[in-house]
Design a protein around this ligand. Structure first.
Ligand code: GLU
Length: 417
């Protein structure tokens, strides 16, 4: 058996190639889309609390901007590397296009372990990063946002630094900001909410009553914990969840609010009362109706996929399923709601945030959530229709919807032969 593809950039290329071929588009579409239009690598010197300088390496990748300025998060994590950032920027192009947002795709990252940085060091790194990429970002060029281990405070430091460089307040530079400086109501919960909206739509199609559904959540950060809470509020039973240190399981169900409080107090879900510990692999193979991977790439591998019992997978994370695992899940009849659809709630409300910044007029959380619900449902229906019409997986269908839109923009702009 050939070795499983784990390089996210090669995986993203495969997904795009599949959609381009299935749509019968010219080769030049793939030639343009198979890599980012621009990748910038920067070195960021930071004076650490020890008084010594440490140099951090960071990236910003802009995959495609045919439909609009590049858009996508910025992650601070030890595992960041150029292929990961390239792939993530590519997925952003197709995520925005799946939702019909007027954005292209971008992504950034800094190789660091933010858990080991003091608040002052983190601020210096954040300011240093935006200084280093300031030539290529901006409200009309490329708009970063939070991603793994970045948060509204980091966005605020970056907006402040960029505003100094440009000598004017430039709130439209970043999304996911604190409310007081132009953040949007509902942005913090948007990724989890979007994932639950499409999972609920899928459950309806399969005749699964969400109130009787059992759910497993892998990863308990911003996306996972919110998804767990919202789906349990709808009446579903969350039977297991985990984070990077531990997993907890109770077939009778978890009190999600209490798990969130426990993690807030202890730093992990570990040892939550009334549960048995489960490993990451065991967790993803538990008996349930809906599995929500909400952590990192390459979690559902070939090995894991063969034991998956869920009927629906709703990907809140970027790239959690390998192509080999996808093929197995497809054969087993598992309905996989791909990341470019199921994790798009965050960037959709980022779009609302950017629009609100441009017009300096702000919507209520109710309005934001309603608009998010409309856009997620519309995108789900378009992808589901493609899935049925062309008899392809939901992932292939989403890429087909998205690639067709990007190709049309490139064509009318005169980029194609
Ligand atoms: N980091 C999120 C994502 O991967 C949000 C991006 C954004 O809001 O621009 O979709």
């Amino acid at each position: 058996m050939p070795e499983e593809t784990l390089n996210p950039f090669l995986i993203a290329q495969k997904q795009v190639k599949g959609a381009v071929d299935e749509l019968g588009l010219p080769e030049s579409v793939y030639e343009i889309l198979k890599q980012p239009l621009r990748v910038l690598e920067v070195a960021i010197p930071v004076v650490m609390d020890s008084g010594k300088v440490k140099v951090f390496v960071g990236y910003r990748s802009q995959h495609n901007d045919a439909i609009g300025p590049a858009k996508g998060g910025l992650r601070f994590a030890p595992g960041v590397n150029v292929d990961e950032v390239r792939a993530l920027s590519m997925w952003m192009t197709f995520k925005c296009a799946t939702l019909g947002l007027p954005f292209g795709g971008g992504k950034g990252g800094v190789i660091c372990d933010p858990k080991r940085l003091s608040s002052r060091e983190l601020e210096a790194l954040s300011r240093g990063y935006i200084q280093a990429v300031s030539q290529i970002v901006g409200p009309e060029k490329d708009i970063p946002a939070p991603d793994v281990y970045t948060n509204p405070q980091i966005m605020a430091w970056m907006v402040d630094e960029f505003s100094r460089i440009r000598e004017r307040n430039s709130f439209g530079l970043m999304t996911g900001k604190p409310l007081i400086i132009g953040g949007s109501a509902g942005r913090g919960t948007a990724t989890g909410r979007g994932c639950v909206i499409v999972a609920t739509e899928a459950a309806r199609k399969l005749g699964i009553d969400i109130k009787k559904a059992t759910v497993v959540v892998q990863g308990f950060g911003n996306a996972g914990s919110v998804a767990a809470q919202l789906i349990s509020e709808m009446g579903a039973t969350v039977v297991a969840c985990n984070d990077s240190t531990a997993g907890v399981y109770n077939p009778k169900g978890l009190d999600v609010k209490a798990v969130i409080a426990h993690k807030g107090k202890t730093g992990s879900v570990k040892g939550f009362p009334g549960t048995t510990p489960v490993t990451n692999e065991e967790l993803m193979q538990l008996e349930c109706d809906i599995l929500i991977p909400a952590a990192l790439e390459n979690q559902i591998t070939e090995k894991v996929a063969s034991g998956v019992k869920a009927k629906i997978i709703s990907e809140a994370a970027n790239g959690p399923t390998t192509p080999e695992a996808d093929a197995i899940l497809d054969k087993k009849g598992v309905l996989v709601l791909p990341d470019v659809l199921a994790s798009a709630g965050g960037v959709t409300v980022s779009y609302f945030e950017w629009v609100q910044n441009l017009m300096n007029y702000y919507w209520s959380e109710k309005e934001v959530n309603e608009k998010l619900g409309d856009m997620m449902t519309r995108a789900f229906e378009a992808v589901y229709k493609m899935h049925l019409d062309k008899k392809v997986s939901m992932r292939r269908a989403a890429f087909m919807v998205a690639v067709a839109r990007v190709a049309e923009a490139m064509k009318v702009r005169g980029w194609l032969d």
